[in-house]
Design a protein around this ligand. Structure first.
Ligand SMILES: Nc1nc2c(ncn2[C@@H]2O[C@H](COP(=O)(O)OP(=O)(O)OP(=O)(O)O)[C@@H](O)[C@H]2O)c(=O)[nH]1
Length: 422
């Protein structure tokens, strides 16, 4: 073979290699990168809920995630019993490990939608909240001097949107003072004032990053442990799956723990989510002790060196004692191995006051570190966000805006209020 032919072959090979590399780079760019904030702030589209950034994550571990004091004290014997798989409820240890799904599932791993597509789809999802809220308020405030009847109407609008009595009073008082102090006369001025007051009431200074990144302890990598809790039906399993997708899209590895063993279908549901993103799932048999499954998922997560273990916990609200036993035990048992970094409480926004009652009970049982408000797309009462944060003193970190796999968004007070008012 002549040297010219060899040179041509080498040149063709180099060109092909460059084309492959360019293809891979372009493909990766199309995937969402949730840690990067867009450099240019997009103007919110009328009526849409657009967030300026992706869901942000932060490191777990003792340095950044010191949780408040635990409500429930660990009982060593009880913890041991759960870990060693007591005969009546906990399946034998090997059973759980045997049921770990294969690392490489046969089904193809899904591409996760790029950010642009996600924001596009979330537009207008809050339209029902908007019609009940922003338009009415702006109509009233834009009129200038308000008589007592008009102020009562403002109050009623806020109450109807589920903001709760305390937040409503606070907001009305501030509006009354500022309206006079600033001499508000036009609807634009009213809009600016209303936006400011509502955003402030949502405490934009709260840290809303999800503690789902690993930390190191004495040179050993520990995954972040996220417990996802809430009453069955609120969207707990769905949220766990959606969060796993966000992490995977961000280049992270996750282990899912199907500790909601109350309903076999819930375990299957989580296994499907895991399969779709190529993650492992650890599960127990129906009726298995949730604490044992949670323990095994974290153990497996540490062994395999994943970045985060997301545990879908049981959320039966039969009695407070029952819940306390179950959830308190899950947390204590997991903490035999590593700290629980995040306890997310999933609340269904459509349940209004009922959701708040649930929140109170859960908060008494376990230290909630973040709230996920689901089904905000299906309610005219977006105001529940204000109330639940106020009640628990814990930030709403994520919101569910649909049944689709990528319909989970970070909660941003400014973007949320814009969606209500525009
Ligand atoms: N519209 C809407 N539906 C949602 C949202 N989040 C979850 N859902 C739906 O709510 C239903 C219940 O969700 P699950 O995730 O199964 O609820 P769960 O709390 O895990 O309940 P169990 O499976 O019984 O443990 C499902 O049909 C979800 O698709 C949301 O943000 N918007």
């Amino acid at each position: 073979m002549s040297s010219t032919v060899i040179v041509i072959i080498v040149a063709v090979v180099v060109l092909l290699a460059l084309a492959v590399i360019a293809g891979v780079v372009l493909n990766r760019r199309r995937r969402i990168n949730l840690t990067e904030k867009p450099s240019v702030e997009e103007k919110p589209v009328k009526g849409g809920y657009q967030t300026g950034s992706g869901i942000s994550f932060t490191q777990g571990g003792p340095k950044t995630a010191a949780p408040p004091d635990e409500v429930v004290e660990a009982e060593p014997e009880e913890v041991e019993a759960a870990v060693e798989a007591g005969p009546e409820v906990i399946p034998a240890e090997p059973t759980i490990v045997d049921e770990v799904a294969p690392t490489e599932p046969p089904a193809p791993i899904e591409e996760i939608d790029p950010t642009e597509g996600r924001l596009e789809r979330l537009r207008g999802r809050l339209s029902r909240s908007r019609s009940a809220f922003g338009q009415g308020l702006l109509g009233l405030l834009g009129a200038g001097d308000l008589d007592e009847d008009s102020w009562t109407e403002v109050e009623d609008t806020l109450l109807l949107a589920d903001l709760g009595a305390a937040t409503t009073t606070e907001i009305v008082e501030r509006l009354r003072t500022e309206l006079v102090a600033r001499g508000v006369r036009t609807s634009d001025q009213a809009r600016t004032l209303l936006r400011e007051v509502l955003v402030d009431a949502l405490h934009p200074e709260m840290d809303r990053a999800v503690r789902a990144l690993p930390h190191e302890d004495n040179g050993t990598k520990f995954p972040a442990v996220v417990l996802v809790t809430g009453v069955n039906g609120t969207g707990k399993t769905t949220t766990t799956g959606k969060l796993a997708r966000v992490l995977v899209a961000d280049g992270r590895t996750v282990m899912l723990g199907a500790a909601d063993t109350f309903r076999a279908a819930a375990v299957e549901q989580l296994a499907t989510w895991a399969e779709r993103v190529g993650a492992e799932v650890v599960r127990g048999k129906e009726g298995a002790d949730p604490a044992a499954v949670a323990f095994d998922s974290v153990k497996r997560g540490v062994e395999t060196g994943v970045d985060a273990v997301l545990v879908d916990t049981a959320g039966r609200l039969h009695t407070k004692t029952g819940l306390m036993d179950e959830l308190g035990k899950v947390k204590r048992v997991v903490e035999k191995q590593t700290k629980v970094d995040e306890v997310l409480l999933v609340l269904d926004a459509t349940t209004g006051q009922n959701g708040l009652t649930q929140a109170r009970v859960f908060a008494e049982v376990v230290d909630i570190t973040g709230i996920v408000l689901t089904k905000l797309d299906g309610t005219a009462k977006g105001g529940i966000v204000f109330q639940v944060q106020r009640e628990l003193g814990v930030p709403v970190k994520l919101v569910g805006l649909g049944e689709g796999a990528d319909d989970l968004a970070p909660f941003e007070p400014g973007a949320f209020v814009d969606a209500l008012l525009n």
